[in-house]
Design a protein around this ligand. Structure first.
Ligand code: 5RP
Length: 234
């Protein structure tokens, strides 16, 4: 079958270029939503890495940023964007922009591929508008595992026993020093799984983001962007 054939190096390189240009298109479109004086939350990841230079190029006056990870903070500061802690904003932002690993047709997201989903969820919740920027391959009919979890190190043996199919990720800890794990069990009813994960003691945060948290999903496509409204207006 055509789809079972291994991709050649050239095909892989072309696919990467297409994905990067879709991420950039979504990021540039979202950067246009920022107005002078706004308080803006920044997510983490390769799509946000396109957003930061797009924001810097706009050269807007008085915009202040909150970063969801040390990596984003570094990138933003290197681009000349002023970054502050959430206390600067009394915990309230105008707009947060972030990537996602998967977006389903009803607007649920999986986030946490970069292990920063706890801080990302806080910045999404703190903002009047939360805009998600993705390449077209992130759109799915149904969400598929893994679902990233941030877990207290002390709680890991309990959380693993309670949830069953849990894998400890080999990479660095979360920005707050906790373990990043992947729940590999079936997703089934997304809302019920989100409730179950949130109700498991020791799970600091899970990577399922409900449609009610999302204002808009901007999807990069071959010749521009598509926009899908979410459940959060503001
Ligand atoms: C990090 C995230 C990222 O937004 C998500 O993993 C998507 O990353 P990328 O833009 O690199 O595809 O949730 O915790």
């Amino acid at each position: 079958l055509e789809q079972d054939r291994p991709q050649s190096r050239q095909e892989l390189a072309l696919e990467t270029r297409v994905l990067e240009s879709e991420k950039e298109a979504a990021a540039v479109a979202a950067a246009e939503l920022v107005r002078p004086g706004m308080r803006v939350g920044l997510g983490t990841g390769t799509t946000v890495a396109h957003l930061i230079p797009a924001l810097a190029r706009r050269g807007l006056k008085g915009v202040r940023y909150a970063a969801s990870s040390p990596r984003t903070e570094q990138l933003a500061k290197a681009a000349g964007l002023p970054v502050f802690g959430l206390e600067e904003f009394n915990g309230q932002l105008d707009l947060t922009i972030d990537g996602a690993d998967q977006v389903d047709r009803s607007g649920w997201l999986i986030k946490g591929g970069g292990g920063a989903h706890t801080r990302e969820k806080i910045l999404a919740a703190a903002a009047e508008r939360f805009v998600v920027i993705v390449s077209a391959n992130k759109i799915r009919d149904r969400l598929q595992p893994p679902v990233p979890l941030e877990v207290l190190p002390f709680a890991f043996p309990y959380v693993a026993a309670a949830l069953g199919e849990l894998q400890l990720r080999g990479g660095p800890p979360s920005p707050d020093g906790n373990l990043i794990c992947d729940y590999l069990g079936p997703i089934g009813d997304t809302e019920r799984l989100a409730e179950r994960l949130a109700a498991t003691p020791g799970v600091v945060e899970h990577g399922l983001f409900p449609p009610s948290l999302v204002s808009e999903v901007v999807v990069g496509i071959h010749n521009g962007v598509e926009r899908h409204s979410g459940g959060k207006n503001g």
